[in-house]
Design a protein. Structure first.
Length: 402
């Protein structure tokens, strides 16, 4: 007989006919539940809308936000910090419909504009006077006026950008409207060094959607023309393109950050508009009730419960070489239309775990676990152990579903 922790259900594939739980020291036995599943209540769908919005934003901005929360290590710790800080803001936006955040509609997991906190730390803010000068839709270009200064000396420019010492960094992040209706994200990183002129005083690198960053120094202002990789929305302009800047400084081997967030006041869709696209109330507890409504036909789920409308979802496949010598690239694939959420620390993933968007690079031994999520339904967990070994080599590509 299988033991349940407060829920009389069995894992898929079990042959047991009963399950039990212990309450007040007594064993309580019940017939197993066939096809038990949570209802799609308003609360459940609200949570899914909020989590999808947060996850989509972090996935798009991961290459910055994975390193921008002071005192946390890259990866899951930064994701948790990003989620915690922005979830509080998102709830306020939902309650007061203040336009600070747009919300993701059902089955649309891409970045929508919002006043996201993208960095948190103890350093002073950078680029206080920076503005977006113009947006060139045809050429997919944004022109930034980074540092208006009185005299335009190297020292003034560097200090305004938060770079008071050699090898300090200033990262300028840009969120811009794309032709597909969502937002793109990219960044330009300035590393301060010694130079005779302002332009010679910085190394400049690009990340994310940024293809190139061309600086110039005129009228006591450091201008940077930033070209993006995706086509702009036809209505892209200064008013719906956003910029934030992060100062980074290494102190005694530890990186300090400044606070940074996007300033958005007219984001759409509103929570009411987004939640209206979710299937609230379309599915209830099954428990053998053949009269219960089945999964909507457009959800992509299979109705194989023998009249109960039970949806099953395939577990994802984890691929990658193990053992490995230096690093290994891990890819995760799942059923069409499903999100994949994963962990690399051995914990069980949920719909709030990191959203998979691209191959994961591992440099140390790790346990990768992943689930498929679609229409509020989660699959079984797939697990694969990746072991770092001096011998290198590799085994088969897939993990095992729990």
């Amino acid at each position: 007989m299988a033991k349940s922790s407060g829920y009389y259900g069995l894992r898929r594939g079990s042959t047991k006919s009963h399950t039990y739980s212990v309450v007040d020291g007594k064993q309580i036995t019940k017939d197993r539940v066939e096809g038990g599943k949570n209802p799609r209540t308003p609360a459940q769908m609200t949570q899914r809308c909020m989590v999808t919005t947060i996850s989509a934003a972090y996935s798009a901005m991961k290459f910055i936000c994975d390193h921008s929360f002071e005192g946390t290590t890259a990866g899951m710790q930064c994701f948790r910090m990003f989620s915690s800080e922005n979830y509080k803001e998102l709830r306020t936006a939902k309650e007061y419909d203040n336009g600070f955040f747009g919300f993701n509609e059902y089955q649309k997991s891409a970045l929508v504009r919002g006043s996201y906190i993208i960095s948190k730390g103890s350093l002073p803010d950078a680029l206080v006077d920076a503005v977006i000068e113009s947006v060139d839709v045809a050429n997919k270009k944004v022109t930034l006026n980074l540092v208006p200064t009185a005299n335009g000396t190297i020292a003034e420019v560097a200090q305004a950008m938060g770079c008071r010492y050699f090898d300090n960094m200033c990262t300028v992040a840009v969120m811009y409207p794309k032709a597909d209706g969502f937002y793109g994200f990219g960044a330009v990183r300035f590393t301060y060094k010694s130079g005779a002129t302002v332009l010679e005083s910085f190394d400049i690198a690009v990340e994310g959607d940024v293809v190139s960053a061309t600086p110039s120094f005129t009228s006591n202002t450091l201008k940077v023309e930033v070209r993006m990789s995706h086509a702009f929305a036809t209505n892209a302009s200064v008013t719906n393109t956003y910029m934030a800047a992060i100062t980074s400084r290494c102190v005694n081997g530890n990186w300090r950050r400044s606070n940074a967030r996007f300033d958005v006041t007219d984001a759409t869709p509103s929570f009411a508009e987004a939640i209206a696209t979710y299937p609230v109330g379309q599915e209830r507890f099954l428990n053998g009730n053949t009269a219960v409504a089945s999964v909507p036909s457009d959800s992509g789920g299979s109705d194989d419960s023998g009249g109960g409308g039970q949806q099953t979802l395939a577990a994802p496949t984890i691929s990658g070489v193990t053992p490995f010598a230096e690093t290994t690239s891990v890819t995760i694939t799942g059923p069409d239309g499903a999100e994949i959420h994963y962990t690399t620390d051995g914990t069980t993933p949920t719909a709030a775990s990191t959203l998979y968007s691209e191959a994961i690079t591992l440099s140390n031994t790790a346990t990768v676990k992943a689930i498929s999520v679609k229409d509020g339904v989660s699959s079984a967990v797939t697990t694969k152990q990746f072991t770092k070994s001096d011998d290198g080599g590799g085994d088969g590509p897939t993990g095992d579903a729990e």
